[in-house]
Design a protein around this ligand. Structure first.
Ligand code: GRF
Length: 193
C-alpha cells in the first residue's frame, strides 16, 4: 500500500508496528507520500527505510498516478490535501477521520477543530471513522467506526487524546480486513462479506 501523511504520523506508526509484529501479514508499505517536509511522519518512515515522496498540489497527479497503479490500497493517514478525482478513481483509497461521520466532517474539519465542534454540540459520544474516499470530502461510504463517551469534564484536547489510540486500532483492523477480503471495494461501493 501507499500511505499519505501530513503530520505527526502516529497512524502511520501503528501500521508499521502492526506489520513488524506480524498482525498485518503479507502487507508492505511501498512508500509514504507527504505534502510537507520536516514532519514526524517522514521521520518515522525514514527510520523504517520506507521511501518518502514529497508532493504539492500541482504535481500530485503526475507523481502519484504511477504509484497508485502499483499498489492495492491507498491509506490517507492524516493527509490534509484533497486528492484529484482522477487519483481517487484509480484504486481503493481509505481515510481515517477523528469523528463519527457523517457528523463533524467536510472541508476544514481536521485536528482540534473537530473535537471543539463535538464539545460545542453537547454530544455525549464521539469516536473515529474509516471510510472510503470519494470525491465528496469525508462523505464516502463508512467502512468501520469506534466510539468513546464524551464526559462533562472533557475538553477538545482530552477528547483528541482519547480518540487517537482508537484511530490506530481501527485503521489497522480495517487494513487487515481489507487484506483478508472481509469487505471488497468495487467501483467505489462497499460489499461486506
Ligand atoms: C488523525 O487524527 C486522523 O484521524 C486525522 O489526522 C490525524 C493524523 O494523526 N485524519 P497522525 O499524524 O496519524 O498522528
Amino acid at each position: 500500500m501507499a500511505v499519505l501523511v501530513s503530520g505527526e504520523g502516529t497512524n502511520l506508526q501503528a501500521i508499521i508496528d502492526s506489520i513488524d509484529s506480524g498482525y498485518l501479514r503479507e502487507t508492505e508499505i511501498d512508500c509514504v507520500v507527504s505534502d510537507r517536509e520536516n514532519i514526524g511522519a517522514i521521520e518515522r518512515a525514514r527510520r523504517r527505510s520506507i521511501p518518502v515522496i514529497i508532493v504539492n498540489r500541482s504535481n500530485m497527479l503526475s507523481i502519484l498516478s504511477p504509484i497508485f497503479q502499483k499498489v492495492d490500497l491507498v491509506v490517507l493517514a492524516g493527509f490534509l490535501k484533497i486528492l484529484p478525482s482522477e487519483l481517487v478513481k484509480l484504486k481503493p483509497v481509505i481515510n481515517i477521520h477523528p469523528s463519527l461521520l457523517p457528523l463533524f466532517g467536510g472541508k476544514g474539519m481536521y485536528g482540534l477543530k473537530v473535537h471543539e465542534e463535538v464539545i460545542r454540540s453537547g454530544m455525549k459520544v464521539s469516536g473515529c471513522t474509516v471510510h472510503l474516499v470519494t470525491e465528496d470530502v469525508d462523505g464516502g461510504p463508512i467502512i468501520a467506526q469506534k466510539c468513546v463517551t464524551v464526559e462533562s469534564t472533557d475538553n477538545p484536547e482530552s477528547l483528541q487524546q482519547k480518540i487517537h489510540p482508537l484511530e490506530h486500532q481501527l485503521l489497522v483492523e480495517t487494513i487487515k480486513n481489507f487484506g483478508e477480503k472481509k469487505f471488497v471495494i468495487n467501483n467505489k461501493k462497499l460489499i461486506f462479506i
